[in-house]
Design a protein around this ligand. Structure first.
Ligand code: NAD
Length: 259
């Protein structure tokens, strides 16, 4: 992937950072977009010998998201790969969830992906023209197993647990990401741009430290996933070998859910 340019949103977080570094080790220049400053991630990318840029933006704000993609595009001089990994977790039962929390989660996890993908289409198409169609553009979104299994609604087991693990807004936001992915894949297929999602199960990051042990023990592989498990599948989807894979939602969940 030497010479390819990638944008990774949420690249200052656990999974986004692993994705950004994996792509850099594969030869990509990487621009990281995040709420928080990503200077140490950029230093690690630069240490691979590739170019790194950090763009700070609140991607839940559509104008800021469009401006961030434009800044990252300019910094890289065009790009081939967009990975949408920015996201937030949210907990609470359906019955108690506040409307403001629903709006916050949908804006951060779903509207941001819509806006970043839309802003990426013109630069990705341009890149295709510049590269004469060779090894086309890639959009890779990070979804979730919770979009497939209906989230962790389990009040019949432990109603109190719902305050920590119920997550309707999160599950719905990720289901939107999955459907956006399969829709956009077909809209961009003729451009040689693939659009796929990776749907992780519970991954050992700050996002899951408060997960109940009872949920972790349901994973057939017997362990939580790692950010590296997710980053490896993203790297495959970003590479030349996945040129004919599009519209897929690939599970990385240790057997927790299969379809
Ligand atoms: N950890 C898991 O178990 C798990 C499972 C399935 C899916 N995911 C998804 O993987 C992605 C990464 O999760 P993670 O575990 O690395 O979490 P994380 O909290 O470590 O990283 C998320 C990153 O997104 C950034 N971010 C959040 N809101 C933002 C905004 N409005 N604008 C810009 N950046 C913003 C954060 O600053 C952070 O750096 C998320 O989309 C998450 O939903 C995580």
């Amino acid at each position: 992937m030497r010479g390819k340019n990638a944008i990774v949103t949420g690249g200052n977080g656990a999974i986004g950072r692993a994705i950004a570094l994996n792509l850099a080790h594969a030869g990509c220049n990487v621009a990281v977009i995040d709420l928080a400053c990503a200077d140490d991630v950029c230093a690690a990318i630069a240490a691979t010998g590739n170019y790194a840029a950090a763009v700070t933006a609140d991607l839940s704000n559509p104008a800021a998201a469009r401006a961030a993609i434009a800044s990252a595009t300019e910094a890289l001089g065009g790009f081939d790969i967009l990975v949408n990994a920015a996201g937030i977790v949210s907990a609470g039962s359906f019955a108690k969830l506040a409307g403001a929390e629903w709006d916050r989660v949908l804006a951060t996890n779903l509207t941001s992906v819509f806006t970043c993908c839309q802003a990426a289409i013109a630069p990705l198409r341009q890149r295709q023209l510049d590269n004469s169609g060779e090894c086309g553009g890639r959009i890779i979104n990070i979804g979730s197993v919770l979009a497939k299994n209906g989230g962790n609604a389990r009040p019949w087991i432990d109603p109190a647990e719902q305050d920590r693990s119920g997550n309707v807004a999160y599950a719905v936001s990720k289901a939107g990401v999955h459907t956006l992915t399969s829709y956009l894949a077909r809209e961009l297929a003729a451009d040689g741009i693939t659009v796929n999602a990776v749907a992780p199960g519970p991954i050992a990051t700050a996002m899951t430290t408060s997960f109940p042990e009872a949920l972790k023990s349901l994973i057939p592989a017997g362990r939580m996933g790692t950010a590296a498990d997710v980053a490896a599948v993203v790297a495959f989807l970003a590479g030349a070998g996945a040129a004919y894979v599009t519209g897929e939602i690939i599970d990385v969940n240790g057997g927790l859910w299969s379809d």
